[in-house]
Design a protein around this ligand. Structure first.
Ligand code: HEC
Ligand code: HEC
Length: 318
């Protein structure tokens, strides 16, 4: 019965489904997107063993059914320790020029190190984390298949980044509308879209493009003197005080609470903020100057934001 036949498992490219409007995805040369590397990354993402006391996984703060964001203003790490900022959704990360709300981390691979080491989050060490799981399944098998060697800190960052690059958003009713399906948005949602991109509200100036973000940093007047320095933490330039990366608005109906510190619980509160023009911060963006809209227009705009929810799960690993 074929005793001499050695079945050798081979890895194959991961067939990522990209939505029609997505830009091409360029992968780093040392992080190939294969069945094994993506599955390895996914297993790591959901494994609390990457935290010092084995209690917190990446997914503890990034819930799949919340577009990989959290439900609370500030997430808790091990032993209930509080962090500094609100957990952002994880989607379309392959196209982000920089990570964190202040853009302080240049690559998705480097980003994976931060939460594992952060004392308020997983409070561990990436080398110990790799050592702890490398002999266990599915890690031993998947790491050999994907990279031809046992898991180490380097591969752990590659695998986590590779899985996260597969979390692509672009299958909302708004996307179908852009592709020419005029019935995909209701009349109210279409009115909301026109307001969103119109000259009075100017939302689309910052929240534009495929990811509904310019991926730049703005002070939108949340505070006159922001308790969180934001972009200034990285650039050390005073005029960057209280500036944060424009967040994507994809799946925005799923990702409350809002802003870098989760200060707003609802989209209605966000709308009221922009309508008021916010606080008079010295470097507030001139695009956030306040406006007047009728109660119906406010409803239209919020209806449009709800049309940005994907009609399928972000996770493509089945
Ligand atoms: C204790 C909660 C917590 C845990 C655990 C956690 N994160 Fe996060 N994550 C956050 C917060 C909060 C931020 C925003 C940090 C900032 O902007 O300063 C963030 C930001 C990110 C970002 C940047 C997104 C962007 O838009 O710039 C990525 C990617 C990410 N996390 C992936 C991970 C991965 C991978 C793990 C596991 C190794 C993980 N996170 C574990 C809370 C957490
Ligand atoms: C000057 C650029 C700019 C303009 C104009 C702008 N935004 Fe934003 N928006 C941002 C930035 C930056 C943040 C994040 C601020 C933070 O994290 O503290 C944000 C946050 C948001 C959020 C919360 C997202 C989240 O995940 O927490 C929503 C919703 C939003 N904006 C909708 C709008 C709407 C609707 C308009 C038009 C009325 C608008 N924005 C106009 C830059 C802008």
């Amino acid at each position: 019965m074929g005793e001499d036949v050695r079945v050798t498992e081979v890895d194959i490219p991961f067939l990522l489904d990209l939505p029609p409007g997505a830009p091409p995805m360029v992968l780093p040369a040392d992080a190939p997107m294969t069945e094994a590397s993506v599955r390895l990354g996914k297993a790591l993402f959901f494994d609390p063993q990457l935290s010092r006391d084995g209690s917190i996984a990446c997914a503890s703060c990034h819930f799949p059914d919340r577009a990989f964001s959290d439900t609370v203003p500030i997430s808790k790490g091990i032993e209930g320790r509080l962090g500094m900022r609100n957990s952002p959704p994880l989607l379309n990360l392959a196209w982000h020029p920089a990570f964190f709300r202040d853009g302080g981390v240049p690559t998705l691979e480097q980003q994976a190190i931060a939460p594992i080491h952060d004392t308020q989050e997983m409070d561990f060490n990436i080398h110990f984390a790799a050592e702890r799981v490398r002999e266990k399944e599915p890690y031993a098998r998947l790491s050999r298949l994907a990279y031809g060697r046992p898991l180490d800190a380097f591969l752990l960052t590659r695998a986590l980044a590779t899985y996260q690059r597969t979390l692509v958003s672009g299958w909302s009713r708004y996307d179908r509308f852009l592709q020419g399906d005029m019935d995909a948005l209701s009349e109210a949602e279409q009115r909301g879209l026109a307001l969103f991109n119109g000259p009075d509200l100017k939302c689309g100036t910052c929240h534009g493009g495929f990811d509904l973000s310019d991926h730049r940093y703005h002070n939108i007047g949340l505070y006159t003197l922001s308790p969180d320095p934001g972009r200034e933490r990285i650039s050390l330039v005073a005029s960057d005080h209280g500036k944060f990366k424009t967040p994507t608005l994809r799946n925005i109906a799923l990702t409350a609470p809002y802003m870098h510190d989760g200060t707003f619980a609802t989209l209605e509160e966000v709308m009221d903020h922009f309508a008021s023009g916010g606080q008079a911060a010295p470097n507030k963006s001139p695009l956030v100057a306040g406006f007047t809209i009728s109660p119906e227009q406010r409803l239209d705009l919020i209806a449009f934001l709800h049309a940005l929810t994907d009609e399928r799960p972000l996770d493509q690993v089945h």
